[in-house]
Design a protein around this ligand. Structure first.
Ligand code: PEP
Length: 258
């Protein structure tokens, strides 16, 4: 196994179905002219779309090598009387391959706690979905110097009960909350420092083979101007991109920043 470079787009609650179809079609056209493997070996792109868009986007990305579609969330239970929720098996039935769990907007706006997120990770893996697990401190926590402790706890509670085989289906996204949607990016040094810390935690828990192979993405106001200086750090394996993933040309530039 080799460590993959990954650029993932998080559309959040944006775009009508037609706009989402147009965006993914556009992006896939660019990627068929300049395939990912010509940009970087072992590189993947994932589009995290709203549930509504998922079956259509799955069809669009199907013919493009190493481009995948995923959901932004799933419920923790397999099925039942949970009006308005969407299960991991429903997501998998669209042939989507990935799910985002623990995004800071889910943690803060919907009060999702570590234990609940761990249940979501479990049901996602049970249904053969790969998980992009988000972690990151808020501004207060960073200013008080608690950022390592916060991220450690999120990863420990959310993921460290997994066995080694399950852990191979995890990608981590470090997203400092103060950098998400604010235009304020972590410096390359801050990103590298935290990514190295996270890789160290994984090494202690699962050994070097696992820690060397896990992809750790940076998220938080990443765009085509700052992507290169972030991605060139040893422990930064790509990005989770919000706002800048909504414009295909801008997102494509970020993909080419490796
Ligand atoms: C995100 O939503 O995960 C994100 C990083 O957003 P933005 O790029 O807009 O800061």
């Amino acid at each position: 196994m080799t460590r993959k470079s990954v650029v993932a787009g998080n559309w959040k609650m944006n775009l009508t179905l037609k706009e989402g179809v147009d965006l993914s079609t556009n992006l896939c056209q660019m990627l068929s002219k300049k395939p990912l493997k010509s940009i970087k070996k072992d590189m993947e792109v994932i589009l995290f779309t709203p549930f509504i868009h998922l079956p259509e986007v799955v069809k669009i990305v199907k013919g493009v090598e190493n481009v995948f579609a995923g959901a932004q969330n799933c419920y923790s239970k397999p099925s039942g009387a949970y009006t308005g929720e969407v299960s991991a098996s429903m997501i998998r039935s669209t042939e989507a391959t990935h799910v985002l769990i623990g995004h800071s907007e889910r943690r803060s706006l919907f009060s999702e706690k570590d234990e609940f997120l761990a249940e979501k990770v479990s049901t996602a893996l049970d249904n053969d979905l790969k998980v992009v697990f988000c972690c990151g401190e808020n501004l207060n926590e960073r200013e008080n110097g608690n950022h390592f402790e916060v991220v450690n706890k999120q990863i420990y509670n959310g993921l460290f009960w997994l066995d080694e085989e399950q852990f191979h289906n995890i990608i981590i996204a470090y997203e400092p909350v103060w950098a998400i949607g604010t235009g304020k990016t972590a410096s390359p040094e801050q990103a590298q420092e935290m990514h190295k810390y996270i890789r160290g935690l994984i090494e202690k828990k699962y050994g070097e083979n696992v820690s060397d192979n896990i992809s750790i993405l940076y998220g938080g106001s990443c765009n085509s101007k700052n992507a290169e200086e972030l991605f060139e750090n040893n422990d930064v394996d790509g990005g989770l991109i919000g706002g800048a993933s909504l414009k295909p040309a801008e997102f494509f530039k970020i993909i080419q920043s490796f």
